[in-house]
Design a protein around this ligand. Structure first.
Ligand SMILES: Nc1ncnc2c1ncn2[C@@H]1O[C@H](COP(=O)(O)OP(=O)(O)OP(=O)(O)O)[C@@H](O)[C@H]1O
Ligand SMILES: [Mg+2]
Length: 240
């Protein structure tokens, strides 16, 4: 099957640091790819490169048969690629409904966007919080709001950056079920996730980054027994 997303030799340096170093991978339509790696491995930078918030030094990103390398974030969102943020930012004074409406304005006029935002909140179970300020939400609901903002842009693929972190495994069941449902309805996901039980139960494949480089790409089962992955997380084994 033709990949919906193809990343080739993508690189970004910050001064002397290779934050993302010649990373290549494909994502098939309807797939859930998890991206894991230690803190500072380059996961968020990879998402910023794909979604246009940072321009790559070199390499390319193809999405839905188009070269989107170097396009702006709104242009990339219009192609159908949405991205959530690891550090949840909210505009002061905006309600939950306002925030989701703002995302829906990418494709819709105001009244249609408000209606669509209401539907999205209903779909993800946040309707009762529509008039709340995002700061007043529980951590679990803030994460759902991040997903809602992505859905409201009418995407084909969503990049989720740690939408389960900070949640207990029990709390994570709600976004987990939501992501499964959305995938079953045809959406594709690439997700950065630290919570391993979530990765194991949700991902079709796992890509591992360490010091900006891809060190493994395998099924969840293959990843747990991969030596390069163990080294990335625990350092090189020292024989006593
Ligand atoms: N705008 C920037 N300017 C300079 N260095 C940066 C910038 N953004 C990220 N870095 C550095 O690039 C490296 C990769 O950072 P990145 O945020 O992509 O890692 P990450 O894998 O998402 O980490 P975490 O698990 O902590 O979220 C880190 O060393 C980080 O300090
Ligand atoms: Mg990050």
């Amino acid at each position: 099957m033709t990949p919906i997303l193809s990343v080739r030799d993508l690189s970004k340096r910050f001064g002397g640091l290779a934050a993302v170093d010649s990373v290549s991978f494909d994502v098939a339509p309807g797939e859930i790819l998890a991206v894991i790696g230690p803190n500072g491995a380059g996961k968020t930078t990879l998402f910023s490169l794909i979604s246009g918030f940072i321009r790559p030094d070199s390499g390319s990103v193809r999405f839905a048969d188009q070269d989107i390398t170097g396009l702006s974030p709104p242009e990339i969102a219009e192609h159908g690629l949405a991205r959530s943020f690891q550090l949840v930012q909210v505009f002061s004074g905006m309600t939950v409904l306002d925030a989701v409406t703002a995302a829906a304005l990418l494709r819709l006029k105001l009244n249609a966007a408000i209606a669509r935002a209401g539907e999205v909140l209903e779909q993800i179970g946040l309707s009762s919080r529509a008039d709340a300020l995002p700061n007043a939400l529980s951590m679990q609901d803030r994460k759902l709001l991040e997903i809602a903002k992505c859905i409201a842009t009418g995407p084909k693929l969503i990049l989720l950056d740690e939408v389960m972190s900070g949640l207990t495994l029990a709390e994570a069941q709600v976004p987990l079920a939501l992501i499964r449902r959305l995938r079953d309805s045809g959406l594709t996901f690439v997700m950065v996730e630290h919570v391993m039980p979530v990765v194991m139960s949700l991902a079709d494949r796992v890509l591992v980054l360490n010091f900006g480089q891809k060190v493994a790409e395998d099924t969840p089962q293959g990843i747990v027994t991969n030596q390069a992955v163990r080294d990335a997380y625990f350092g090189e084994a020292v024989d006593a």
